[in-house]
Design a protein around this ligand. Structure first.
Ligand SMILES: CC(C)(COP(=O)(O)OP(=O)(O)OC[C@H]1O[C@@H](n2cnc3c(N)ncnc32)[C@H](O)[C@@H]1OP(=O)(O)O)[C@@H](O)C(=O)NCCC(=O)NCCS
Length: 183
């Protein structure tokens, strides 16, 4: 039987940077590590879309996102450029420290931001590190990117990288919290 794992979600702060980088270091190989200055710039550009999970030891997971356009991809290591007429919540980086894996934190981080994506008709991301099954379970499906720039951006990711999209509003769209399981 799985025991409750005490954690809470909250908005990311600039003083979370070291802890966020530690989670990143534990979750990605060197070729996929993104620089501290870029991570901080993303928080400044889209702080309302950056959230952390905190357990008894401190920050144990995070999600960086920003308002974007359907079909667009953020290159690895690039700063966020929030779209003026955004229609899509782009999830750039979801990471949970190994000590907290398998407790539903990643699912909760995604649901937290999707529940706040008012007015956006879709959510999109690039799945890496064999996570397509994880995203599919959250309602995301593989999709085509929009043009050469987006294809070039996708190519900045080492290994298999899949663009995936979930519809948030309109007929047939799942409720953001329909699969929620609270710890
Ligand atoms: C992928 C990751 C975020 C999942 O975090 P997590 O907190 O352990 O995930 P959850 O506990 O919320 O899992 C939710 C469900 O997804 C499943 N799942 C988790 N990782 C999975 C994967 N790689 N592939 C398929 N399913 C996966 C879980 O078994 C669980 O299924 P259940 O609801 O049927 O029990 C975490 O493994 C991680 O940080 N990996 C390294 C960074 C990374 O690759 N991020 C994704 C970039 S696109």
């Amino acid at each position: 039987m799985q025991h409750a794992y005490p954690f809470h979600l909250r908005a990311m702060r600039a003083d979370d940077l070291d802890a966020v980088l530690a989670v990143q270091a534990a979750c990605y190989p060197p070729a996929m590590q993104e620089a501290a200055a870029v991570v901080l710039a993303r928080l400044r550009a889209a702080g309302e879309c950056c959230v952390v999970a905190q357990d008894a030891e401190g920050v144990c997971g995070y999600l960086f996102a920003y308002p974007s356009s359907l079909g667009m991809v953020t290159p690895l290591g690039a700063e966020f450029a929030p779209a003026r007429d955004a229609d899509t919540l782009y999830l750039h980086d979801l990471s949970v420290a190994p000590r907290a894996h398998g407790r539903g934190l990643a699912r909760r981080l995604v649901e937290y931001l999707l529940a706040r994506a008012h007015g956006l008709r879709s959510s999109a991301l690039v799945s890496v590190q064999d996570t397509a099954g994880f995203w599919k379970a959250l309602g995301y499906e593989a999709a085509e990117v929009d043009g050469g720039d987006a294809r070039a951006a996708l190519a900045t990711y080492p290994g298999v990288a899949r663009y995936m999209v979930r519809t948030l509003t309109g007929p047939g769209a799942p409720s953001p919290n329909c699969s929620s399981r609270r710890p």
